[in-house]
Design a protein around this ligand. Structure first.
Ligand SMILES: Nc1ncnc2c1ncn2[C@@H]1O[C@H](COP(=O)(O)OP(=O)(O)O)[C@@H](O)[C@H]1O
Ligand SMILES: [Mg+2]
Length: 255
């Protein structure tokens, strides 16, 4: 692990990504310090998932660069773990909880070999951290949304990556699970990991994150929540969809 604190964990410069004629992201630049818990906020379709995918190197960039600890993303994929948005996963696929978590180790297991005792220990530990240890042998499709989300978090933890990218991990989970998942994220931060989390709930964004990225195609703000959750900025980004202003503002059109 590079310990030079001057090198950002993630550095995005002048990033533009388009799927069609209109860019999903336009000229986004941001430098994220290692060991930070960052929330990405913005209305539906504002490019939040695209930013996560661009940091992972999953989408083609029209313009701009993404560097991970100073290296081009293409050479640093092993340092990144991803928890996709729930809708993006086929939950009927017949795999157990333990097998899903073990997928986090595959990048480190040679093709001629099977998981070692050490891989199994790490997977067991990761499932315990998210409190899914008792569900090891269950089929993933039989679990509740919150439990599935915790298993995906365990898979990301098992990977041992320095950077975790999570797309709406709290969507469709109950309040108790949200608190438990948040505690897992905070522990990961204490261990020096960097976390970028797409978050749809403005009401809890300020208390949850060290830094916020406010997005709507362009980046409207990046910094401490009190600087980003400003009435002017939120009005510009959420337009008529925001009824109440201030810290407890909630977008009207919530997923
Ligand atoms: N695979 C895709 N093909 C075409 N358009 C896409 C694709 N993914 C996202 N988009 C479009 O890009 C924009 C940003 O999408 P997305 O990053 O998913 O936003 P968010 O996560 O903030 O809801 C939207 O207009 C969306 O319709
Ligand atoms: Mg999204």
């Amino acid at each position: 692990m590079i310990t030079d604190a001057r090198v950002p964990a993630i550095q995005v410069d002048n990033l533009t990504v388009s799927y069609g004629p209109r860019p999903a992201l336009l000229d986004v630049s941001v430098a994220i310090e290692a060991g930070t818990l960052v929330g990405v906020i913005g209305p539906n379709g504002s490019g939040k998932s695209t930013l996560i995918k661009a940091i992972l190197g999953f989408v083609k960039r029209d313009f701009g660069t993404v560097k991970i600890f100073g290296e081009p993303v293409e050479e640093a994929r092993g340092r990144l773990a991803y928890v996709p948005q729930r809708g993006a996963v086929d939950w009927d696929y017949p795999v157990t909880v333990e097998e899903v978590a073990m997928m986090g180790r595959y990048g480190r297991i040679p093709w001629w070999s099977s998981p070692s005792a050490e891989d199994r220990r790490i997977v067991g530990e990761s499932l315990d951290i998210v409190r899914m240890g008792d569900f090891r042998k269950r089929q993933i499709g039989q679990l509740s949304g919150g439990q599935q989300q915790r298993v995906f978090m365990a898979r990301a933890l098992a990977q041992g990556a320095d950077i975790l990218l999570l797309d709406e991990p709290f969507a469709g989970v109950d309040a108790a699970t949200e608190r438990a998942l948040l505690e897992v994220l905070r522990q990961a931060r204490s261990a020096g990991r960097t976390l970028v989390v797409v978050h749809h709930d403005l009401a809890t964004a300020a208390e949850t994150f060290d830094r916020l990225i406010l997005l709507k195609q362009r980046m409207y703000g990046y910094g401490p929540p009190e600087a980003v959750m400003h009435e002017d900025l939120l009005t510009a980004v959420y337009e008529g969809r925001l009824r109440i202003f201030g810290k407890l503002a909630q977008p009207e059109a919530k997923r």
